[in-house]
Design a protein around this ligand. Sequence first.
Ligand code: HEC
Length: 172
Amino acid sequence: MQFSNPWRDRPKGHNAALAQLRLPVTQGMRIVVDRRDRVHTSEGKEVPMVSKVLIPLLLAAIVAANGARAQSGVENGKLQFTKKCVICHAAEPGKNKIGPSLFGVVGRKAASEENFSYSDSMKKFDHVWDDATLDTYLAEPRKAVPGTKMIFAGLKDKGERDDIIAYLATLK
Ligand code: HEC
């Protein structure tokens, strides 16, 4: 993963520099630099800016934190899947419950699990499930596929969706 150094690469507009600094840190948390070059987390905690020399260290820490999250992401995804999806979906091949088996779902065409009776909307949803389509569907199922018979409000938290999708990708 690569991050640009906003001081070195600072583009002309200050806003563009700020936009560049909206880096993901942990689930839902972001580092934000305000107009006076104070560094905050999105939770409003101010990180004292002793010197701009600190920034490379900060970026290195962010990269490390993201690495740690990549590992724990699948585990958290499995946990969330158990809490929120298992009631209707199995992770084992060929096992359909209220919803179709999600074994091998990443890379599979929508509505292609044999012996599952999909809604007409899902049958017409002509997409292969990948990170992007899963993300949109899981965020708001009924908006992404109007008429879907998956009765599920959706996952608001992007980090949680990422983790669940990372877990789904291991089911193969
Ligand atoms: C209340 C039951 C229920 C819950 C909870 C639920 N689903 Fe579903 N899901 C369904 C049903 C039913 C379908 C079939 C939708 C259709 O045919 O329109 C479906 C379809 C899907 C599909 C499309 C599968 C395919 O073969 O095209 C995916 C992906 C999916 N669900 C993921 C999830 C994930 C991930 C969760 C947990 C965050 C979840 N679902 C929670 C019932 C549920």
